[in-house]
Design a protein around this ligand. Structure first.
Ligand code: NDP
Ligand code: ZN
Length: 349
């Protein structure tokens, strides 16, 4: 990111490695819709000459003197969120906010990201995980952000066995929210996307969606209420839409006592709006949760186990594969324009 609305390649020296850090060269990387919000929508404020990207796996080229469990040459999974594990926020259970709100999100936010020939990882022992030999590097990039974020949606909402769940938005994050809710025991699962990107509906079905709703075909809340005989749903997972309408639609379709799990990255200039009546004039026991994906090594190891053991097949989401570092620019362009055949492009470096 050269500046707002501007991307290109820049030269920078290798980052310095502190005693607990590592330097990693990427094996594969993928662009995120969040990179697009940052560059083209001013979602977190302007950035200049900042290297983008937070989805990668790689090979370690240098480790700090205090790193215990990783060495040069290890192939590693890299989470998008790399907390400082010794901060008090981490001890309070919110490591993603270690050092301040969202400060665990370092790559392509408050420091250079992974679209670099070498990138810096803080707290290597706390944040890296060994790349299992069964997982192909292109597939491993889905473990940085798409799997942890999508699965977090149903953790936030507390999906339980037999719940009827609506997932609003079925890009790669929403598709992983679908899969996560199914793994958490959802009964009926209503996926909201659009026929403009039919491939997302196809993959949502493979991940376990039972009903598909096109948000262009009429108000999505009306459609879901009709599908459920006016009863609505137990949980809503939000991975798309906007601040002005989507939360109101979600409140409207929730049963009393239901919960929303939002992982959509909203624009900091907007207000989240929902009608008080849809929230039971303040007394519905409907709750709204939103969260950044948890990062760190243990989380990476556990999510990798879901892939190794066939519970999640991330390869269904990889729609384009490029070879060569220079193609990173093409994938950012694809993510920006989102042609109908794109879910997630990947670059093998
Ligand atoms: P995509 O753009 O690929 O997917 C968005 C989905 O929402 C699509 O299915 C889209 O349909 C649908 N959609 C768009 N507008 C509406 C609407 N008005 N009502 C209902 N559905 C709508 O994004 P990603 O899956 O890549 O990412 C989703 C979000 O998650 C992004 O905001 C991203 O920045 C964020 N994110 C959050 C993270 C976290 O830690 N919390 C981490 C990573 C990403 P269609 O394409 O057909 O228009
Ligand atoms: Zn992301």
């Amino acid at each position: 990111m050269l500046g707002p609305n501007k991307t290109g390649f820049i030269e920078k020296p290798d980052p310095k490695v502190g005693p607990r850090d590592a330097l990693v060269k990427p094996l594969a990387v993928a662009p995120c819709t969040s990179d697009i919000h940052t560059v083209f929508e001013d979602a977190i404020g302007p950035r200049e000459d900042m290297i983008l990207g937070h989805e990668a796996c790689g090979e370690i080229v240098e480790v700090g003197s205090e790193v215990q469990d990783f060495k040069v040459g290890d192939r590693v999974l890299v989470p998008a969120i790399t907390p400082d594990w010794s901060k008090v926020e981490s001890q309070a259970g919110y490591a993603v906010h270690s050092g301040g709100m969202l400060a665990g999100w370092k790559f392509s936010n408050i420091k250079d990201g992974v679209f670099a020939t070498r990138f810096h990882v803080n707290d290597a022992d706390g944040n890296l995980a060994l790349l299992p030999k069964e997982i192909d590097p292109a597939v491993a990039t889905m473990l940085s952000d798409m799997i942890p974020t999508g699965l977090h949606a149903s953790e936030l909402a507390g999906v339980e066995f037999g719940d009827t769940v609506a997932v609003i938005g079925i890009g790669p994050v929403g598709l992983m929210a679908v899969r996560g809710a199914v793994l958490h025991g959802a009964g009926r699962l209503i996926a909201v996307g659009s026929n403009d990107r039919p491939i997302t509906f196809e993959v949502a079905k493979k991940y376990g969606a039972t009903d598909l709703v096109d948000y262009h075909a009429g108000d999505l809340a009306d459609q879901i209420l009709k599908l459920t005989d006016g009863k609505g749903v137990d949980k809503v997972l939000i991975a798309g839409g906007d601040a002005a309408h989507t939360f109101d639609q979600a409140m409207r379709i929730l049963k009393p006592g239901g919960a929303i799990g939002n992982v959509n990255y909203l624009n900091g200039h907007d207000d989240v709006v929902f009608n008080a009546a849809n929230w039971g004039v303040g007394m519905s026991h409907k709750t709204l949760h939103g969260g950044l994906m948890p990062g760190g090594r243990l989380r990476m190891e556990k999510l990798a186990s879901l892939v190794v053991n066939g519970r999640i097949d991330p390869s269904l989401m990889i729609t384009q594969r490029f070879e060569g570092f220079e193609h990173i620019a093409d994938t950012v362009e694809l993510m920006h324009k989102k042609p109908a055949d794109v879910i997630k492009p990947v670059v093998i470096c």
